[in-house]
Design a protein around this ligand. Structure first.
Ligand SMILES: NC(=O)c1ccc[n+]([C@@H]2O[C@H](COP(=O)([O-])OP(=O)(O)OC[C@H]3O[C@@H](n4cnc5c(N)ncnc54)[C@H](O)[C@@H]3O)[C@@H](O)[C@H]2O)c1
Length: 241
């Protein structure tokens, strides 16, 4: 119902990192419900079963620069790019090689796809939306690479917003709080953590992937036409409590 209030029937959308029925898939479904032509990618050979018939799908490793360039070359037109691909592993990110890999996926991957589709977005006066995280603002002792990469994504969002404003491209980000997806599955095996998050969140619950979709559609829509370089918190108030 909510998504029907947006009209993206003229838009072509690419959501990078939407293969696992998490936040990316919720965003992709919302754009499709609002009339957009939507393609999704993921690291896996196939998307989640429920999305297989719904979206055109490309397996894409965002650390593979040649593969990113090839996807851009094979994409005739694009209005909206959403960068959602990311990894994290609680407690494992002090290992230097893994730290570098997390930053490569989450930060460099975001830049690789943004840069590869710059000309597409310029041609359509389009919009880029990066998915950051509340951990861009907080220290994250068990996810130091994730936190550093997401803080850098917020900063990159500002820099690209300035650099590409004259090209007619708006660049924004969202910072989700604690959301129920596969990425948070490991931390959600700890009942004390699950309860502590809900208790500290003013709205009293974890977020769902659909909670992220509405603000992303807003940032891609003409309703936010004078917004660029911003990062919207979507966390039930966690970060202001
Ligand atoms: N779940 C949360 O609590 C939460 C909170 C804040 C921010 N986020 C962010 O939201 C976004 C989506 O998270 P999610 O919870 O839906 O995660 P998820 O693990 O369900 O999905 C992550 C996606 O990234 C893709 N991916 C992973 N490595 C890749 C690579 N090397 N190349 C290309 N794609 C790759 C996966 O294939 C998948 O499609 C991420 O950017 C994440 O950091 C999530």
């Amino acid at each position: 119902m909510m998504h029907a209030t947006f009209d993206f029937s003229d838009a072509t959308v690419l959501v990078i990192g939407a293969s696992k029925a998490g936040i990316g898939a919720a965003i992709a479904r919302a754009f499709q419900d609002a009339g957009a032509t939507v393609t999704i990618t993921g690291a896996e050979p196939e998307p989640a079963a429920e999305d297989r018939a719904r979206f055109a799908y490309h397996q894409l490793d965002v650390t593979d620069a040649a593969a990113v360039t090839a996807l851009a070359a094979a994409t005739p037109t694009l209005d909206i790019l959403v960068n959602c691909a990311a990894i994290t592993a609680r407690g494992e990110e002090m290992a230097p090689a893994f730290f570098s890999h997390v930053v490569d996926v989450n930060l460099h991957g975001t830049f690789r796809t943004a840069e590869a589709f710059h000309r597409h977005l310029q041609a359509r006066q389009g919009s880029l939306i990066n998915i950051a995280s509340m951990y861009a603002m907080f220290g994250s002792p068990r996810n130091p690479a994730y936190g550093a990469s997401k803080a850098a994504v917020v900063q990159l969002t500002k820099s690209l917003a300035i650099a590409w404003a004259a090209d007619g491209i708006r660049v924004n980000a969202v910072a989700p709080g604690f959301i129920v997806t596969e990425q948070s599955a490991r931390s959600r095996t700890d009942p004390a953590h699950v309860a502590a998050v809900a208790l500290r969140t003013p709205m009293g619950r974890w977020g769902q992937p659909d909670d992220i979709a509405g603000p992303v559609l807003f940032l891609a829509s003409p309703l936010s036409g004078f917004m660029t370089g911003t990062c919207l918190a979507i966390d039930g108030g966690y970060s202001i409590a």
